[in-house]
Design a binder for this molecule. Sequence first.
Ligand code: GDP
Ligand code: IMO
Ligand code: MG
Length: 427
Amino acid sequence: MTVRIVLGAQWGDEGKGKIVDLLSDRTRWVARYQGGANAGHTLKFDDTEFVLHLIPSGIFHKDVHCIIGNGTVIDPEALLSEIDAIKKMGTELENRLFVSETAHVILPYHKILDQAQEASMGDQKIGTTGRGIGPAYVHKISRVGVRMMDLLDEDALRDKITANANEINIILNGLGSPEKIEAEPAIEQMLAAGKKLKPYLTDTVDLLNEAYIDGQPIMLEGAQGSLLDVDHGTYPYVTSSSPTSGGACIGTGLPPTSITNVMGITKAYCTRVGNGPFPTELLDETGEELRKIGHEFGATTGRPRRCGWIDLVALRYAVRINGINEIALTKLDVLDQFEEIRLCTDYTIDGRQTRHFPLNLKQLEVVKPVYATLPGWKQSTVTATVRSGLPKRTQEYLGFIEEYLQVPIRIISTGPKRSQTIVEDLK
Ligand code: GDP
Ligand code: IMO
Ligand code: MG
Protein backbone atom coordinates (compact mmCIF):
# COMPACT_ATOMS: atom_id res chain seq x y z
CA MET A 1 0.00 0.00 0.00
CA THR A 2 1.21 3.48 -0.83
CA VAL A 3 2.90 5.55 1.85
CA ARG A 4 3.76 8.74 0.02
CA ILE A 5 5.75 11.68 1.28
CA VAL A 6 4.77 14.89 -0.53
CA LEU A 7 7.31 17.63 0.03
CA GLY A 8 8.61 20.91 -1.32
CA ALA A 9 11.76 20.57 -3.44
CA GLN A 10 12.63 24.29 -3.39
CA TRP A 11 12.31 27.05 -0.77
CA GLY A 12 8.64 26.46 0.04
CA ASP A 13 5.33 27.57 -1.51
CA GLU A 14 5.65 25.08 -4.37
CA GLY A 15 1.93 24.26 -4.23
CA LYS A 16 1.99 21.51 -1.59
CA GLY A 17 -1.52 22.40 -0.41
CA LYS A 18 -2.99 22.03 -3.87
CA ILE A 19 -1.21 18.75 -4.62
CA VAL A 20 -1.95 17.13 -1.24
CA ASP A 21 -5.62 18.15 -1.52
CA LEU A 22 -5.72 16.76 -5.05
CA LEU A 23 -4.17 13.42 -4.07
CA SER A 24 -6.30 13.05 -0.96
CA ASP A 25 -8.98 11.11 -2.80
CA ARG A 26 -6.39 8.31 -3.13
CA THR A 27 -5.56 8.12 0.56
CA ARG A 28 -7.09 7.51 3.99
CA TRP A 29 -4.60 9.44 6.12
CA VAL A 30 -2.76 12.73 5.72
CA ALA A 31 -0.17 13.69 8.35
CA ARG A 32 1.82 16.90 8.73
CA TYR A 33 5.29 15.99 10.06
CA GLN A 34 7.15 19.22 10.85
CA GLY A 35 6.91 22.98 11.03
CA GLY A 36 4.01 24.92 12.42
CA ALA A 37 1.87 27.88 11.48
CA ASN A 38 4.78 29.34 9.52
CA ALA A 39 3.33 27.28 6.66
CA GLY A 40 0.58 28.57 4.41
CA HIS A 41 -0.91 25.89 2.17
CA THR A 42 -3.51 27.19 -0.26
CA LEU A 43 -6.42 25.06 -1.46
CA LYS A 44 -8.82 26.14 -4.17
CA PHE A 45 -11.98 24.26 -4.97
CA ASP A 46 -15.29 25.40 -6.41
CA ASP A 47 -15.10 29.13 -5.70
CA THR A 48 -13.49 28.74 -2.30
CA GLU A 49 -9.91 29.55 -1.46
CA PHE A 50 -8.66 28.35 1.92
CA VAL A 51 -5.21 28.74 3.44
CA LEU A 52 -4.23 26.04 5.94
CA HIS A 53 -1.37 26.67 8.37
CA LEU A 54 -1.34 23.60 10.63
CA ILE A 55 -4.15 21.29 9.63
CA PRO A 56 -3.22 18.83 6.86
CA SER A 57 -4.41 19.61 3.35
CA GLY A 58 -6.59 16.48 3.17
CA ILE A 59 -9.10 17.94 5.63
CA PHE A 60 -11.78 18.79 3.07
CA HIS A 61 -12.08 15.13 2.02
CA LYS A 62 -14.56 13.66 4.48
CA ASP A 63 -13.20 10.11 4.36
CA VAL A 64 -9.64 11.21 5.11
CA HIS A 65 -8.21 11.23 8.64
CA CYS A 66 -5.77 14.01 9.37
CA ILE A 67 -2.89 14.01 11.81
CA ILE A 68 -0.78 16.84 13.15
CA GLY A 69 2.32 14.81 13.93
CA ASN A 70 4.78 14.74 16.80
CA GLY A 71 7.39 16.60 14.74
CA THR A 72 5.32 19.75 14.42
CA VAL A 73 5.23 22.75 16.76
CA ILE A 74 1.73 23.89 17.60
CA ASP A 75 0.44 27.32 18.53
CA PRO A 76 -2.78 26.27 20.32
CA GLU A 77 -4.55 29.55 19.58
CA ALA A 78 -3.67 29.35 15.89
CA LEU A 79 -4.89 25.74 15.79
CA LEU A 80 -8.16 26.59 17.54
CA SER A 81 -8.91 29.41 15.13
CA GLU A 82 -8.17 27.14 12.17
CA ILE A 83 -10.47 24.48 13.64
CA ASP A 84 -13.22 27.10 14.02
CA ALA A 85 -12.82 28.37 10.48
CA ILE A 86 -13.02 24.85 9.06
CA LYS A 87 -16.06 23.94 11.16
CA LYS A 88 -17.78 27.12 9.95
CA MET A 89 -17.45 25.76 6.43
CA GLY A 90 -19.53 22.78 7.51
CA THR A 91 -16.62 20.33 7.68
CA GLU A 92 -16.77 17.83 10.55
CA LEU A 93 -13.55 17.28 12.50
CA GLU A 94 -14.60 14.84 15.25
CA ASN A 95 -12.75 11.55 14.83
CA ARG A 96 -11.08 12.95 11.75
CA LEU A 97 -8.50 15.32 13.18
CA PHE A 98 -5.88 13.91 15.54
CA VAL A 99 -3.19 15.98 17.21
CA SER A 100 -0.05 14.40 18.60
CA GLU A 101 0.19 14.63 22.38
CA THR A 102 3.97 14.78 22.08
CA ALA A 103 4.11 17.65 19.58
CA HIS A 104 5.68 20.73 21.14
CA VAL A 105 3.74 23.86 21.99
CA ILE A 106 4.51 27.34 20.71
CA LEU A 107 3.87 29.72 23.58
CA PRO A 108 3.29 33.47 23.28
CA TYR A 109 6.84 34.04 24.53
CA HIS A 110 8.31 32.06 21.63
CA LYS A 111 6.75 34.53 19.22
CA ILE A 112 8.01 37.50 21.22
CA LEU A 113 11.50 35.99 21.30
CA ASP A 114 11.44 35.17 17.57
CA GLN A 115 10.62 38.80 16.77
CA ALA A 116 13.07 40.25 19.29
CA GLN A 117 15.90 38.09 17.95
CA GLU A 118 15.14 39.10 14.39
CA ALA A 119 15.04 42.78 15.35
CA SER A 120 18.43 42.48 17.03
CA MET A 121 20.07 40.96 13.94
CA GLY A 122 19.72 43.99 11.66
CA ASP A 123 20.51 43.12 8.05
CA GLN A 124 21.71 39.65 9.10
CA LYS A 125 18.16 38.68 10.04
CA ILE A 126 16.69 35.44 8.68
CA GLY A 127 13.39 37.01 7.69
CA THR A 128 11.35 34.51 9.72
CA THR A 129 7.58 34.42 9.69
CA GLY A 130 7.63 35.61 13.32
CA ARG A 131 5.49 32.65 14.41
CA GLY A 132 7.86 31.51 17.17
CA ILE A 133 9.04 28.44 15.27
CA GLY A 134 12.78 28.68 16.00
CA PRO A 135 12.50 29.37 19.76
CA ALA A 136 9.93 26.54 20.19
CA TYR A 137 12.27 24.04 18.51
CA VAL A 138 15.17 25.37 20.61
CA HIS A 139 13.20 24.50 23.74
CA LYS A 140 12.36 21.07 22.31
CA ILE A 141 15.99 20.24 21.57
CA SER A 142 17.22 21.60 24.89
CA ARG A 143 14.64 19.38 26.63
CA VAL A 144 12.68 22.09 28.39
CA GLY A 145 9.78 22.36 25.95
CA VAL A 146 6.08 22.17 26.73
CA ARG A 147 4.36 19.30 24.95
CA MET A 148 0.69 19.16 23.96
CA MET A 149 -0.01 16.61 26.71
CA ASP A 150 1.25 19.14 29.28
CA LEU A 151 -1.72 21.38 28.47
CA LEU A 152 -3.81 18.83 30.39
CA ASP A 153 -1.47 18.70 33.41
CA GLU A 154 -1.60 21.94 35.37
CA ASP A 155 1.36 21.16 37.64
CA ALA A 156 3.71 20.19 34.82
CA LEU A 157 2.58 23.18 32.79
CA ARG A 158 3.13 25.63 35.66
CA ASP A 159 6.64 24.29 36.36
CA LYS A 160 7.74 24.42 32.75
CA ILE A 161 6.25 27.79 31.84
CA THR A 162 7.61 29.43 34.98
CA ALA A 163 11.12 28.14 34.29
CA ASN A 164 10.93 29.08 30.59
CA ALA A 165 9.62 32.57 31.33
CA ASN A 166 12.49 33.29 33.74
CA GLU A 167 15.06 32.20 31.18
CA ILE A 168 13.43 34.11 28.33
CA ASN A 169 13.27 37.31 30.38
CA ILE A 170 17.04 37.12 30.81
CA ILE A 171 17.49 36.66 27.05
CA LEU A 172 15.05 39.48 26.20
CA ASN A 173 16.87 41.76 28.59
CA GLY A 174 20.17 40.88 26.92
CA LEU A 175 18.68 41.66 23.50
CA GLY A 176 17.62 45.08 24.76
CA SER A 177 13.95 44.21 24.28
CA PRO A 178 11.39 46.14 26.38
CA GLU A 179 9.19 43.00 26.60
CA LYS A 180 8.78 41.11 29.87
CA ILE A 181 7.10 37.71 30.07
CA GLU A 182 4.56 37.00 32.84
CA ALA A 183 4.15 33.27 33.44
CA GLU A 184 0.66 33.27 34.98
CA PRO A 185 -1.35 34.65 32.00
CA ALA A 186 0.43 32.20 29.70
CA ILE A 187 -0.44 29.31 32.03
CA GLU A 188 -4.11 30.34 32.14
CA GLN A 189 -4.26 30.75 28.36
CA MET A 190 -2.70 27.32 27.76
CA LEU A 191 -4.96 25.55 30.27
CA ALA A 192 -7.99 27.03 28.54
CA ALA A 193 -6.68 26.00 25.13
CA GLY A 194 -5.90 22.51 26.48
CA LYS A 195 -9.54 22.04 27.56
CA LYS A 196 -10.73 22.86 24.04
CA LEU A 197 -8.10 20.76 22.29
CA LYS A 198 -8.41 17.69 24.53
CA PRO A 199 -10.79 15.80 22.21
CA TYR A 200 -8.19 15.89 19.45
CA LEU A 201 -5.11 14.89 21.47
CA THR A 202 -3.91 11.32 21.14
CA ASP A 203 -0.99 8.97 20.50
CA THR A 204 -0.78 9.62 16.77
CA VAL A 205 2.31 7.43 16.37
CA ASP A 206 0.32 4.40 17.43
CA LEU A 207 -2.70 5.45 15.39
CA LEU A 208 -0.71 5.86 12.20
CA ASN A 209 1.26 2.66 12.68
CA GLU A 210 -2.01 0.75 13.18
CA ALA A 211 -3.29 2.19 9.91
CA TYR A 212 -0.03 1.24 8.19
CA ILE A 213 -0.12 -2.32 9.52
CA ASP A 214 -3.73 -2.52 8.39
CA GLY A 215 -2.57 -1.68 4.85
CA GLN A 216 -4.28 1.70 4.54
CA PRO A 217 -2.83 4.30 2.16
CA ILE A 218 -1.06 7.19 3.87
CA MET A 219 0.27 10.56 2.76
CA LEU A 220 2.84 12.57 4.72
CA GLU A 221 2.69 16.30 4.00
CA GLY A 222 5.80 18.43 4.30
CA ALA A 223 5.78 22.10 5.07
CA GLN A 224 8.40 24.61 3.90
CA GLY A 225 10.88 23.12 1.43
CA SER A 226 14.06 21.05 1.11
CA LEU A 227 16.34 24.09 0.84
CA LEU A 228 14.91 25.43 4.11
CA ASP A 229 15.85 22.22 5.95
CA VAL A 230 17.90 22.91 9.08
CA ASP A 231 20.48 20.26 8.11
CA HIS A 232 20.42 20.29 4.33
CA GLY A 233 19.26 23.79 3.46
CA THR A 234 20.98 27.13 3.06
CA TYR A 235 21.89 27.39 6.75
CA PRO A 236 21.46 29.67 8.67
CA TYR A 237 18.78 30.99 6.28
CA VAL A 238 16.52 28.03 6.95
CA THR A 239 13.61 27.05 9.14
CA SER A 240 14.25 25.11 12.37
CA SER A 241 12.90 21.71 11.31
CA SER A 242 13.49 18.95 8.73
CA PRO A 243 11.14 19.30 5.75
CA THR A 244 13.19 16.68 3.84
CA SER A 245 11.97 13.09 3.63
CA GLY A 246 13.95 11.91 6.67
CA GLY A 247 11.90 14.34 8.75
CA ALA A 248 8.70 12.57 7.72
CA CYS A 249 9.63 9.43 9.67
CA ILE A 250 10.92 11.31 12.70
CA GLY A 251 7.90 13.59 12.68
CA THR A 252 5.22 10.88 12.48
CA GLY A 253 6.82 7.74 13.94
CA LEU A 254 6.32 5.73 10.75
CA PRO A 255 9.43 3.68 9.98
CA PRO A 256 11.66 4.45 6.95
CA THR A 257 10.86 0.97 5.56
CA SER A 258 7.19 2.01 5.22
CA ILE A 259 7.83 4.74 2.64
CA THR A 260 6.97 3.73 -0.93
CA ASN A 261 6.97 7.08 -2.77
CA VAL A 262 8.64 10.45 -2.35
CA MET A 263 6.98 13.14 -4.43
CA GLY A 264 8.96 16.35 -4.83
CA ILE A 265 7.01 19.43 -5.82
CA THR A 266 8.65 22.17 -7.83
CA LYS A 267 7.33 25.27 -9.46
CA ALA A 268 8.10 25.71 -13.15
CA TYR A 269 10.32 28.56 -11.93
CA CYS A 270 11.60 29.36 -8.45
CA THR A 271 10.68 31.58 -5.50
CA ARG A 272 11.95 32.32 -2.04
CA VAL A 273 10.51 34.36 0.87
CA GLY A 274 12.84 35.73 3.50
CA ASN A 275 16.57 36.23 3.28
CA GLY A 276 19.38 33.98 2.09
CA PRO A 277 21.11 32.99 -1.13
CA PHE A 278 19.07 32.44 -4.28
CA PRO A 279 21.36 31.89 -7.29
CA THR A 280 18.72 32.27 -10.03
CA GLU A 281 16.96 35.26 -8.50
CA LEU A 282 15.91 37.86 -11.08
CA LEU A 283 15.98 41.43 -9.86
CA ASP A 284 14.83 42.73 -13.24
CA GLU A 285 11.57 43.05 -15.16
CA THR A 286 11.38 39.30 -15.78
CA GLY A 287 11.43 38.65 -12.03
CA GLU A 288 8.73 41.28 -11.60
CA GLU A 289 6.65 39.63 -14.33
CA LEU A 290 6.93 36.20 -12.66
CA ARG A 291 5.79 37.75 -9.36
CA LYS A 292 2.86 39.50 -11.02
CA ILE A 293 1.63 36.64 -13.19
CA GLY A 294 2.28 34.03 -10.46
CA HIS A 295 0.70 36.19 -7.69
CA GLU A 296 3.85 35.57 -5.69
CA PHE A 297 2.96 37.00 -2.31
CA GLY A 298 3.28 34.93 0.88
CA ALA A 299 0.16 33.01 2.00
CA THR A 300 1.14 33.49 5.68
CA THR A 301 2.79 36.91 5.87
CA GLY A 302 1.76 38.56 2.59
CA ARG A 303 5.40 39.39 1.83
CA PRO A 304 6.38 39.61 -1.86
CA ARG A 305 8.23 36.46 -2.88
CA ARG A 306 11.60 36.74 -4.60
CA CYS A 307 11.37 35.17 -8.07
CA GLY A 308 13.75 33.60 -10.59
CA TRP A 309 14.20 30.84 -13.16
CA ILE A 310 14.04 27.17 -12.21
CA ASP A 311 17.30 25.96 -10.66
CA LEU A 312 18.04 22.41 -11.77
CA VAL A 313 21.30 22.27 -9.80
CA ALA A 314 19.35 22.87 -6.59
CA LEU A 315 16.59 20.47 -7.69
CA ARG A 316 19.10 17.70 -8.45
CA TYR A 317 20.40 18.14 -4.91
CA ALA A 318 16.82 17.96 -3.57
CA VAL A 319 16.19 14.78 -5.58
CA ARG A 320 19.25 13.17 -3.98
CA ILE A 321 18.73 14.11 -0.34
CA ASN A 322 15.04 13.18 -0.40
CA GLY A 323 15.08 10.18 -2.72
CA ILE A 324 12.46 11.89 -4.88
CA ASN A 325 11.07 9.32 -7.32
CA GLU A 326 8.18 11.34 -8.76
CA ILE A 327 7.79 15.03 -9.49
CA ALA A 328 4.80 17.33 -9.41
CA LEU A 329 5.48 20.45 -11.45
CA THR A 330 3.25 23.38 -10.57
CA LYS A 331 2.45 26.83 -11.95
CA LEU A 332 3.36 25.85 -15.49
CA ASP A 333 0.71 28.31 -16.70
CA VAL A 334 2.71 31.22 -15.28
CA LEU A 335 5.30 30.67 -18.04
CA ASP A 336 2.68 30.57 -20.84
CA GLN A 337 3.42 33.97 -22.35
CA PHE A 338 7.20 34.21 -21.96
CA GLU A 339 9.24 34.65 -25.20
CA GLU A 340 11.92 32.32 -23.88
CA ILE A 341 12.36 30.17 -20.82
CA ARG A 342 15.56 29.61 -18.95
CA LEU A 343 16.66 26.68 -16.83
CA CYS A 344 19.78 26.80 -14.69
CA THR A 345 21.83 23.68 -15.47
CA ASP A 346 25.18 24.48 -13.83
CA TYR A 347 26.86 26.93 -11.51
CA THR A 348 30.16 28.67 -12.14
CA ILE A 349 32.31 28.94 -9.03
CA ASP A 350 35.74 30.59 -9.35
CA GLY A 351 35.60 30.15 -13.12
CA ARG A 352 34.87 26.43 -12.74
CA GLN A 353 31.57 24.91 -13.95
CA THR A 354 29.85 22.47 -11.61
CA ARG A 355 26.57 20.74 -10.80
CA HIS A 356 27.46 20.55 -7.15
CA PHE A 357 25.14 22.54 -4.84
CA PRO A 358 27.56 24.19 -2.38
CA LEU A 359 26.55 24.22 1.27
CA ASN A 360 29.10 26.88 2.06
CA LEU A 361 27.02 30.02 2.08
CA LYS A 362 29.87 32.24 0.94
CA GLN A 363 30.20 30.10 -2.19
CA LEU A 364 26.47 29.84 -2.82
CA GLU A 365 26.15 33.61 -2.60
CA VAL A 366 28.61 34.16 -5.44
CA VAL A 367 27.89 31.27 -7.83
CA LYS A 368 26.89 32.36 -11.33
CA PRO A 369 24.08 30.34 -12.86
CA VAL A 370 24.62 28.85 -16.32
CA TYR A 371 21.38 28.66 -18.27
CA ALA A 372 19.88 26.59 -21.03
CA THR A 373 17.38 28.66 -22.98
CA LEU A 374 14.31 27.13 -24.56
CA PRO A 375 11.77 28.92 -26.76
CA GLY A 376 8.51 29.85 -25.01
CA TRP A 377 5.26 28.24 -26.19
CA LYS A 378 3.19 31.45 -26.05
CA GLN A 379 -0.13 29.68 -25.63
CA SER A 380 -2.35 28.89 -22.69
CA THR A 381 -1.75 25.51 -21.01
CA VAL A 382 -4.63 25.96 -18.56
CA THR A 383 -7.21 23.80 -20.31
CA ALA A 384 -4.94 20.84 -21.17
CA THR A 385 -6.13 17.57 -19.68
CA VAL A 386 -3.40 15.25 -20.96
CA ARG A 387 0.33 15.80 -21.35
CA SER A 388 0.19 15.03 -25.06
CA GLY A 389 -2.35 17.86 -25.40
CA LEU A 390 0.19 20.45 -24.26
CA PRO A 391 2.04 22.55 -26.86
CA LYS A 392 5.06 20.74 -28.34
CA ARG A 393 7.47 23.29 -26.85
CA THR A 394 5.93 22.78 -23.40
CA GLN A 395 6.47 19.05 -23.75
CA GLU A 396 10.10 19.72 -24.71
CA TYR A 397 10.54 21.85 -21.62
CA LEU A 398 9.10 19.10 -19.40
CA GLY A 399 11.27 16.49 -21.12
CA PHE A 400 14.37 18.63 -20.51
CA ILE A 401 13.68 18.68 -16.76
CA GLU A 402 13.01 14.93 -16.60
CA GLU A 403 16.15 14.14 -18.57
CA TYR A 404 18.27 16.36 -16.33
CA LEU A 405 16.85 15.09 -13.04
CA GLN A 406 16.27 11.51 -14.17
CA VAL A 407 12.91 11.53 -12.40
CA PRO A 408 9.49 11.37 -14.10
CA ILE A 409 7.02 14.24 -13.84
CA ARG A 410 3.75 12.58 -12.82
CA ILE A 411 1.70 15.67 -12.09
CA ILE A 412 1.54 18.89 -14.08
CA SER A 413 -0.39 21.76 -12.55
CA THR A 414 -1.66 24.52 -14.82
CA GLY A 415 -3.77 26.52 -12.39
CA PRO A 416 -4.68 26.74 -8.70
CA LYS A 417 -7.86 24.62 -8.94
CA ARG A 418 -8.10 20.87 -8.54
CA SER A 419 -9.43 20.58 -12.07
CA GLN A 420 -6.41 22.38 -13.57
CA THR A 421 -4.10 19.41 -13.25
CA ILE A 422 -2.71 16.63 -15.43
CA VAL A 423 -1.99 13.39 -13.57
CA GLU A 424 -0.33 10.60 -15.54
CA ASP A 425 1.08 7.19 -14.59
CA LEU A 426 0.85 7.85 -10.88
CA LYS A 427 0.86 4.64 -8.85
P1 GDP B 1 2.38 25.69 -0.49
O1 GDP B 1 2.86 26.43 0.71
O2 GDP B 1 3.43 24.82 -1.08
O3 GDP B 1 1.09 24.94 -0.23
O4 GDP B 1 2.04 26.80 -1.58
P2 GDP B 1 1.26 28.19 -1.34
O5 GDP B 1 -0.18 27.90 -1.12
O6 GDP B 1 1.96 29.00 -0.32
O7 GDP B 1 1.53 28.93 -2.70
C1 GDP B 1 1.16 28.39 -3.92
C2 GDP B 1 0.21 29.37 -4.62
O8 GDP B 1 0.11 29.03 -5.98
C3 GDP B 1 -1.20 29.36 -4.07
O9 GDP B 1 -1.75 30.63 -4.19
C4 GDP B 1 -1.91 28.38 -5.01
O10 GDP B 1 -3.32 28.63 -5.10
C5 GDP B 1 -1.24 28.69 -6.31
N1 GDP B 1 -1.11 27.59 -7.26
C6 GDP B 1 -0.87 26.27 -7.01
N2 GDP B 1 -0.71 25.60 -8.16
C7 GDP B 1 -0.84 26.50 -9.16
C8 GDP B 1 -0.75 26.42 -10.59
O11 GDP B 1 -0.47 25.38 -11.18
N3 GDP B 1 -0.93 27.57 -11.28
C9 GDP B 1 -1.19 28.77 -10.67
N4 GDP B 1 -1.35 29.84 -11.43
N5 GDP B 1 -1.30 28.87 -9.33
C10 GDP B 1 -1.10 27.76 -8.59
P1 IMO C 1 5.13 26.67 3.24
O1 IMO C 1 4.82 25.40 3.98
C1 IMO C 1 8.13 29.66 2.32
C2 IMO C 1 10.86 30.78 5.56
C3 IMO C 1 10.77 32.17 6.14
C4 IMO C 1 12.23 32.38 6.52
C5 IMO C 1 12.65 31.01 7.02
C6 IMO C 1 12.59 30.84 8.53
O2 IMO C 1 3.93 27.53 3.02
O3 IMO C 1 5.89 26.38 1.99
P2 IMO C 1 10.57 30.50 10.22
O4 IMO C 1 9.39 31.37 10.53
O5 IMO C 1 10.23 29.13 9.72
O6 IMO C 1 11.57 30.44 11.35
O7 IMO C 1 11.33 31.27 9.01
O8 IMO C 1 11.78 30.08 6.40
N1 IMO C 1 9.59 30.01 5.57
C7 IMO C 1 8.87 29.74 4.48
N2 IMO C 1 9.04 30.13 3.20
N3 IMO C 1 7.12 28.85 2.64
C8 IMO C 1 6.95 28.43 3.91
O9 IMO C 1 6.04 27.50 4.27
C9 IMO C 1 7.82 28.92 4.91
N4 IMO C 1 7.91 28.74 6.25
C10 IMO C 1 9.02 29.40 6.63
O10 IMO C 1 10.33 33.10 5.19
O11 IMO C 1 12.98 32.67 5.38
MG1 MG D 1 2.99 28.39 1.43
